[in-house]
Write a protein that binds this ligand. Sequence first.
Ligand code: 5GP
Ligand code: MN
Length: 336
Amino acid sequence: MSDLTPLKNLLVEPKHIVITTHHKPDGDAMGSSLGLYNYLVQKGHYVRVITPTDYPTFLQWLPNNPEVIIFTEKPEESKELIAKAELIFCLDFNSLSRINDLGDLVRDAKGKKVMIDHHLEPEGFDDFRHWTINACSTAQLVYDFIVNIMDEKDVINKDVATCLYTGIMTDSGSFRFPTTTAEVHRIVAELITCGAENSKIHQLVYDNFSENRLRFLGHCLLNKLEVFPEFNSAIIVISKKELEKYQISTGDTEGIVNYALSINGIRLAVMIIERPDKVKLSLRSTGDFPANEICKKYFNGGGHRNAAGGSSDDTVDVVREKFNTILPEYKALLIQ
Ligand code: 5GP
Ligand code: MN
């Protein structure tokens, strides 16, 4: 981690601050961003959260969500705020390509860039970083930043705690991925003490789907799941037509790939979705199988070892067929 003392000194006086996060933000992206927002506004800073794109309705209840600006909806206001910002916090990503058109604006902005992130291989656009791949979530790192860098645990109120709990909960697979250490449980216990209503948060995030989404899940599992026992792998392919039929919106496909991984013995689960602009892939794996390596090598992507993603300009059928050679290539690792 870099020396953050100069950053701490900058934060002594009120500053104009922008917080941004990756496109199609997930629970950790929004939880960490709004967690940091709710902390910084209490300190008297002028803060706005700008997301590159919209995000799921099951995250729109987070405390002070109405303060978030979506770049695609308000590009001019976003540009002005970024130009004026003295500090730009970049949360849950470490490569500017992850924030679409905001990338150029952030790169050229005069404000100091602060990266708080837990993904591999930072690109290096930042002036300050609070980064490690050993954190279960960026929300965990925001907690660590507030408590151990800023020495301000007492500023964690119910709103901050609620947002950070949501980030940690979603990115740790509800506290079950290997990154969920004893320390993570200690942090989560502190957040509950600070006011996070854990049971209510689980309900707001996970029991908040439309009927269509549940039926779509049924369709994926019954009709679309292909299982390859000889490779301990499973693949789900979804076409644009199916997304339209079930009126699938942002966030509705999230988490479906994990169901494939819940089959006994499956080490690799792949979900291939034909989005309007390109084909998007989500990979999940168990143990030390490197899902991110496949995404990096074949699909312009990356991510974590057990949760990775990428995209392709090929047709959905071509992308699916690529796995006819990728699975045999990785067979030795898959059948370990
Ligand atoms: P998801 O499958 O939920 O979209 O993404 C899982 C993880 O994979 C994300 O947390 C992110 O680290 C990574 N990821 C997803 N899509 C991409 C991509 O297009 N490029 C890169 N570098 N990483 C991605
Ligand atoms: Mn994350």
